[in-house]
Design a protein around this ligand. Structure first.
Ligand SMILES: Nc1ncnc2c1ncn2[C@@H]1O[C@H](COP(=O)(O)OP(=O)(O)O)[C@@H](O)[C@H]1O
Ligand SMILES: [Mg+2]
Length: 429
């Protein structure tokens, strides 16, 4: 370690600046065994060498020089970012406190008087080089820490994104059975309607064929006429005339429902869509309600009380995830039968969406823990404990907050506040 230190010291480069070559040669000879020594006999030359390679680690600068004096030289050195960090020791024959003060105020790190003891000179140089090493080390460490902080920040972001994604998948997984049911139901009756239509059409064609055959009979016998009447009756043509349009209308409605669910699912699952856009919260709430209809419809009555709210800049699909988490939580809190109320409103530059339920409520000791990741009171498979934590992250990203009030046994109320224009996008445009 000690030899390392020596060798780095030996490698240090000292620039001597003095217009009197005798001084240069005395100092130079003395320092040469310890350092690499550069010499300059004028301010101009000194600036040249300071900006070149090897870059000096320290400069011993004479104050009184013709053309450009030491004060001018240090002024220019400090002004240039390339040379500003090189420590400068003034070496001067002037012995005045005022001069010393001036030198130090210009950025010199030390002041020596000529003639000076060479051993003192050496000690001062050593001190300054050590200080400079320490400064450089700190600078490196800071740069390293800065990149490290940045790297961790990015890492956090990506962990957060993964968490968001897995929570969404878990939620969709939990909903999958219900969604499948929602889709299978219309597909089932459309299918059965098609079968019915198939047999209806057979009957219609049967009557049509018989009518066509009768057309060829001239004159048309009363018997054929009677047969045709009876056939129309057994095939219930009048009934078919009413039922067919109904079957078709019902089927079209069923297929529209399937199409809507799939569209909502697509909107909802659009994880890659991380773009800020003007979004209609009521539309988001409705399409989310559509997706989770099956979770709600048997035991919850949903009441909507939408207020007048403007569209807001948001990540719509992420906000839908928040609404879904709150709605599912509300539904799961309702053990037998109950109500869920969705209200919205505006206050100044903010809008709010409130989801309240008449469910079992939250124990006061659990209230502070709701938003902790993995905090759940639900059995495995029902709860991941991530819903609220992910929701809070999303809402915070929008510059908003979630308020909760709850009364055990009475129900809970979650209110999401969102700025119309999130701070991330700037307050004005
Ligand atoms: N509407 C609500 N009524 C009662 N308890 C709730 C409600 N919403 C959330 N909770 C409580 O907060 C916990 C955490 O919710 P959440 O983060 O969504 O995770 P999870 O629903 O997977 O348990 C739930 O386990 C539940 O105890
Ligand atoms: Mg939940």
């Amino acid at each position: 370690m000690e030899s390392d230190k020596l060798s780095t010291e030996r490698q240090a480069t000292i620039l001597l600046v003095d217009d009197e070559s005798i001084n240069l040669s005395v100092f130079g000879q003395f320092l040469a065994p310890y350092y690499q020594v550069l010499v300059a006999t004028s301010g101009q030359r000194a600036l040249q060498l300071a900006g070149g390679t090897p870059k000096p680690d320290l400069i011993l600068l004479d104050v009184m020089m013709p053309d450009m004096d030491g004060y001018q030289v240090i002024g220019q050195l400090k002004a240039d970012p390339k040379t500003g960090d090189i420590p400068v020791i003034f070496v001067t024959a002037l012995t005045s406190d005022l001069e010393e003060e001036r030198g130090l105020s210009l950025g010199a790190v030390d002041y020596l008087y000529k003639p000076c003891h060479l051993s003192i000179l050496l000690a001062r140089i050593k001190t300054q080089l050590e200080l400079k090493n320490a400064r450089d080390w700190l600078k490196d460490q800071n740069a390293y820490l800065e990149t490290e902080v940045q790297r961790r920040h990015q890492e956090n972001e990506s962990v957060h994104l993964q968490l968001l994604q897995s929570e969404k998948l878990a939620a969709i997984g939990q909903l999958a059975a219900g969604i499948a049911h929602e889709i299978n139901n219309p597909i089932g009756f459309v299918n059965s309607n098609l079968n019915t239509l198939d047999s209806y059409l057979r009957d219609v064609f049967c009557v049509l064929d018989a009518s066509n055959a009768a057309l060829d009979e001239k004159p048309l016998s009363e018997e054929t006429r009677q047969n045709l009447r009876e056939l129309k009756q057994t095939k219930q043509l009048d009934y078919l005339r009413n039922d067919i349009p109904e079957l078709i209308a019902e089927s079209m409605e069923g297929l529209t429902r399937v199409r809507d669910i799939i569209q909502d699912l697509k909107d909802f699952a659009h994880a890659d869509k991380n773009e800020w856009e003007l979004g209609d919260l009521h539309k988001g709430l409705d399409s989310t309600l559509n997706i989770i209809a099956n979770e709600l419809k048997y035991h919850c009555t949903v009441h909507k009380q939408y207020g007048e709210i403007p569209q807001i800049y948001c990540l719509s699909s992420q906000l839908n995830q928040v609404f879904m988490n709150l709605l599912i939580n509300a539904a799961q809190a309702i053990e037998t039968k109950g109500d869920i109320q969705i209200s919205t409103g505006r206050a100044d530059q903010n809008v709010w969406v409130e989801i309240s339920d008449s469910g079992k409520g939250i124990a006061p000791e659990n209230l502070p823990r709701l938003f902790e990741p993995f905090f759940t009171t639900k059995p495995v498979g029902k709860g991941t404990g991530l819903g609220l934590s992910v929701s809070q992250n999303i809402v915070r990203k929008h510059g908003g907050r979630i308020e909760v009030t709850s009364q055990l046994g009475q129900g809970s109320r979650f209110r999401v506040w969102l700025p119309i224009r999130p701070p991330e996008l700037g307050a004005t445009e």
